[in-house]
Design a protein around this ligand. Structure first.
Ligand code: CLF
Ligand code: SF4
Length: 484
């Protein structure tokens, strides 16, 4: 449990925020981009609001083992404690066990704001278990927000129950709007007591997805759509999907890269279907517009994920480790939210101030892409050797924008660095100019320098945006000196 972030983690670390109150804005939508009542519903949801994912945690309870369709990228038999991808879970829960687990996590993690049901099968195939879980949790932890994720086949039949259960965030996975393309992704579905295959199966599924989507939007539920990007199958089709979604009032569109590994035993993995490169994913995300926001911070969670999005603590909360369950106390979560409100306001003010000074440097510097080691709180607060992911930001004269993340195996292994891992890290940092760290050793710093990547350790515990902006401004000053 040592990784659970305490309330104090949000406060500034050993070094106070930089004197540079320059830069930043975020690519994610904020309170100025939506009605106040919508902002109130998303500001603490780590998936629906990019900024929130620095502060708030979600947890999934794996109460939905069965599925009514087959996707070519799914094999729920495979499990690994270190594997993070949808459909994977270490244990399946009854609704009663799920309540014990949620109560235990809430007691230890004041950051917990959202409970989700996201498999390992479909949350609505055996919907009674899903709804019973939410109902039981509502009785003991009424301040949590509820979220579920579904393939959409059973969605039209469950709209009223979703609304009645107070589930105001629903994700539907829609990877095609053309049945011919859908048939290459879904080999079969099980619908109204019958198995359907091929284009007919895809036609039924896609129609039900759109029907369910429209039903939810009509009831005011915030709908997010996940689209799995599969090169050669639907990569040319994502814009068409996005157009259909924006027409129908989808709040957020999340394009995820296909995870395809023969070891997972999925149809795509075994047939050699590759996933997209980070550059291909970014290029597709960059094409998308319209009223639906584009999500770029998804971590493709396990069905039993616990914690901040980039830091899965599911193995700390297996049933055998729960111990005695205390009566839930909402006070730590209330206090935590207060702290976060203040912290966000401070960070946003610092970011605005930082942005104000950027345009002077930007004409000569253009856009720059950097990586940040962070464990939340919106700060540069992770040692290079401990980083299991890098958050990627871009800076130019308009501000600092989050553009995605890249997972790695951490460099430091019990006090020494692992050269082989550095190769993987350098590959993950392709196209990145600088890495912001709270600390870094001499050897990895030199390795990075040889690869043309600067390790920036001058801003430990600063806000990410102010640190990046200060570095960018300094680059501009250096450039001016060189040309003077
Ligand atoms: Fe879970 Fe999904 Fe709700 Fe989030 S995950 S049900 S909306 S609480 Fe989030 Fe995980 Fe990506 Fe899903 S990072 S896989 S988008
Ligand atoms: Fe797997 Fe989800 Fe597809 Fe069902 S809908 S086959 S659980 S990925």
């Amino acid at each position: 449990m040592s990784q659970v972030i305490a309330l104090s983690a949000l406060k500034a670390g050993p070094k106070p925020a930089s004197g540079c109150k320059s830069a930043s804005c975020g690519s994610a939508k904020g309170p100025g981009d939506m009605p106040p009542e919508v902002w109130a519903r998303v500001k603490e949801h780590p998936c629906y609001n990019e900024e929130a994912h620095h502060y708030f945690a979600r947890m999934h309870v794996a109460v939905a083992p069965a599925c009514n369709i087959q996707c070519n990228y799914c094999n729920r038999k495979y499990d690994c404690a270190n594997e993070s991808r949808p459909g994977v879970t270490s244990e399946r829960l009854t609704p009663e066990q799920a309540v014990r687990k949620v109560t235990a996590v809430a007691a230890k993690m004041p950051q917990l704001s959202v409970l989700g049901v996201a498999g390992p099968g479909d949350a609505l195939f055996d919907a009674d278990k899903t709804f019973e879980t939410f109902e039981r949790v509502r009785a003991v932890l009424p301040d949590l927000r509820f979220c579920l994720s579904t393939n959409g086949l059973a969605l039209p039949d469950n709209i009223d129950r979703i609304v009645a259960a107070g589930i105001d965030h629903v994700t539907i996975t829609i990877s095609a709007v053309d049945p011919e393309i859908g048939a290459k992704i879904y080999p079969w579905i099980y619908f109204q007591g019958k198995r359907h295959t091929g284009v007919e199966a895809a036609r039924i599924l896609l129609a039900r997805q759109i029907e369910g989507l429209e039903g939810l939007v009509a009831k005011g539920v915030l709908v997010k759509v996940n689209t799995v990007l599969i090169p050669g199958i639907n990569d040319h089709h994502i814009k068409a999907v996005n157009d259909e979604l924006t027409k129908r009032g989808v709040f957020l569109h999340n394009v995820l890269p296909l995870i395809s590994d023969p070891a997972h035993g999925t149809a795509f993995g075994l047939s050699g279907q590759r996933g997209p490169t980070p550059a291909e994913l970014s290029a597709v995300q960059d094409q998308l517009g319209g009223s639906a926001g584009v999500m770029r911070h998804c971590r493709q969670c396990r069905a039993d994920a616990v914690g901040l999005l980039g830091e899965d603590l599911s193995q700390d909360f297996t049933l055998d480790k729960l111990g005695d369950i205390a009566v839930p106390d909402p006070e730590p979560r209330r206090l935590y939210r207060e702290v976060v409100e203040r912290e966000r306001a401070d960070r946003q003010a610092a970011a605005r101030s930082a942005t104000a000074g950027l345009s002077a440097s930007s004409s000569s510097l253009g856009a720059r892409r950097v990586a940040v080691c962070t464990k939340g709180g919106g700060r540069v607060n992770v040692h290079f050797g401990h980083a299991t992911e890098f958050q990627i930001f871009e800076i130019d004269g308009n501000g600092v924008r989050f553009t995605g993340h890249r997972k790695v195996e951490n460099y430091c292994q019990g006090g020494y660095g692992e050269d082989e891992r550095m190769d993987g890290i350098l590959a993950a940092l392709s196209g990145i100019e600088a890495v912001f760290v709270s600390k870094i050793g001499r050897c990895p710093k030199e390795d990075l320098a040889k690869a043309g990547i600067a390790a920036i350790d001058a801003y430990p515990f600063d806000y990410i945006e102010t640190a990046i902006a200060a570095w960018y401004a300094e680059l501009g000053v250096q450039g001016t000196r060189l040309t003077a």
